[in-house]
Design a binder for this molecule. Structure first.
Ligand code: ZN
Length: 505
């Protein structure tokens, strides 16, 4: 045997492309060449693989070794090919049988000592492998729990190359780990921990029901962050497919350890206002990594002190918010990641943060205040349906301690979403926040008295066209929360209240 072949997967975004690994060992001066657009990490694989083979008690063929990864035009990245390349070299040099190599799909990075190191993106890689009809996979020990999520795959895990080799040769497994039953997740936060804020919590509930983006303006310490951090606890939990998708994104980003492997809790991602555009939307030079807005997919993206963001940061969110995904291009590569999240923004009322109606100790001029809040206007804010003024709770509110738990709020949210889902069954969208403007005046318009109120405000120029659309979308969510068929005057009035404290409108 001088030629060995095996299949691997190269990840582009969440999508895995099959790669054929071909190793040829032929007579000639000892040399090693790796063909097929490898990135830097992959190019360095030679040293890792050579040392790992020698340290596993096998021979390195002192001949001409050619490793070819095809399709050749597709740039390939990462260290997950180490294990399949090493095993192919052993096969091509007669140290393993060809039938051994076809026993499984292999994935893993090798250390110089021959240990198998965990790799990123195991979940999406194995989903792609499963789609190719692969039944058995061999992964590094530390990726076992993640790989084990895919129930229709036989997953074997080993911690070093020699254990893999002896399994292939003899069928004996030196290691036989079992999946750990993960403890039921206990949410870190609960809405009941926030005293007062009764109306703000109702607004968050409406936002959760309709998938509405939300802006909170209030002084530091008024409770904006506490409310935001608990928002994801009232969103519907993820179903199994959604959880696998979200875990897959976190696996590629290397942030899976921050989440329970198959967490059904919607993610809560809060980038600092000093974040960069690549960190926010995704990027990277070698491997393309998802950004905060993909990590927040099916959950919440929270940006505190939003007016402090560098210009361009908030605008960068527009494209993902419109399309629900992010597409990143790097020379020959294009990768996309899903990015459907609810955006929560928080801002102080003025640059110093002490502004409170009549000033108190605030020294900001009205021009400074206007400029500060003007940073929050523009096209992004057109997609923010709810704007709240958040005030610190009064002493009386703080002393009452019967706040509702997230769990029971979540049940109402799920009921409202179910009503909307039924109504939108023939549509391509599921949430009230996604109703296109054209349908708001026709198929999904409020009842007569509700429309009359809106038209009166439009006539008096107290409502813009965009405000008109937002109000109708919100009124549907309010109607769904209370089991009303079609929003009427009452729901429209309440929706109008949720838009109070709006900069630039
Ligand atoms: Zn101020």
């Amino acid at each position: 045997m001088t030629l060995a072949r095996t299949t691997s997967i190269n990840l582009l975004g969440l999508k895995g492309e099959p790669i054929e690994i071909e190793v040829d060992v032929s007579n000639g001066l000892p040399a090693y060449s790796l063909l097929g657009l490898p990135d830097a990490t992959l190019s360095e694989s030679r040293d890792r693989i050579r040392a790992a083979i020698l340290n596993s008690g096998r021979n390195w063929p002192n001949r001409k070794v050619t490793v070819s990864l095809s399709p050749a035009w597709l740039p390939k990245s990462g260290s997950a090919f180490d294990l399949p390349i090493a095993l192919s070299i052993l096969t091509a040099s007669g140290q393993l049988r060809e039938s051994d190599l076809s026993k499984a799909f292999f994935l893993g990075e090798l250390s110089l000592e021959g240990n198998l190191r965990p790799v990123r993106g195991v979940l999406p890689t194995l989903i792609a492998a499963r789609d190719l009809g692969i039944k058995r996979v061999i992964v590094p020990r530390e990726n076992f729990q993640e790989a084990g999520l895919l129930k229709d795959l036989e997953v074997l895990a080993f911690s070093n190359l020699s254990h893999v080799i002896s399994y292939l040769e003899s069928g004996v497994r030196a290691e036989n780990p079992t999946l750990i039953e993960l403890p039921k997740e206990v949410a870190k936060h609960d809405m009941s921990e926030v005293a007062g804020h009764v109306e703000n919590k109702v607004a968050l509930e409406i936002a959760a029901a309709g998938g509405h983006n939300l802006l909170m303006i209030g002084a530091p310490g008024s409770g904006k962050t506490m409310l935001a951090e608990r928002f994801s606890t009232i969103l519907p939990p993820l179903d199994e497919d959604e959880a696998i998708e979200v875990s897959g994104i976190h696996s590629i980003a290397g942030t899976l350890k921050d989440r329970n492997v198959l967490s059904t809790e919607p993610p809560f991602i809060a980038p600092h206002h000093s974040t960069t555009i690549p960190a926010l939307v995704g990027g990277g030079s070698n491997t393309i990594k998802p950004g905060a807005c993909s990590l927040a997919h099916r959950g919440v993206l929270f940006i505190d002190e939003a007016p402090e963001c560098d210009s361009g940061i908030l605008d960068a969110l527009r494209q993902p918010m419109e399309s629900g995904s992010v597409t990143i291009s790097r020379s020959a590569l294009t990768a996309s990641f899903p990015a459907r999240f609810i955006l929560l923004l928080a801002a102080n009322p003025c640059p110093c943060g002490r502004f409170a109606g009549r000033g108190r100790s605030c020294q900001c001029t009205s021009l400074q205040v206007r400029r500060y809040l003007a940073k929050l206007s523009g096209p992004l804010l057109d997609r923010v349906d709810i704007r709240l003024r958040v005030e610190s709770p009064t002493r009386v509110e703080l002393s009452t301690s019967n706040a509702e738990r997230s769990e029971s709020i979540r049940i109402r949210v799920m009921r409202a979403r179910a009503i909307a889902a039924e109504r939108f069954a023939p549509e391509s969208f599921k949430l009230n926040s996604q109703i296109p403007p054209s349908l708001l005046r026709e198929r999904y318009r409020p009842s007569k008295d509700g429309m009359a109120l809106l038209h009166a405000l439009l006539d008096k120029e107290e409502l813009s066209a965009r405000g008109f659309h937002r109000t109708i979308r919100l009124s549907w969510s309010i109607a769904d929360m209370s089991g009303v068929d079609t929003p009427g005057k009452y729901e429209v009035e309440r929706a109008l209240l949720l838009r109070s404290g709006i900069p630039g409108e």
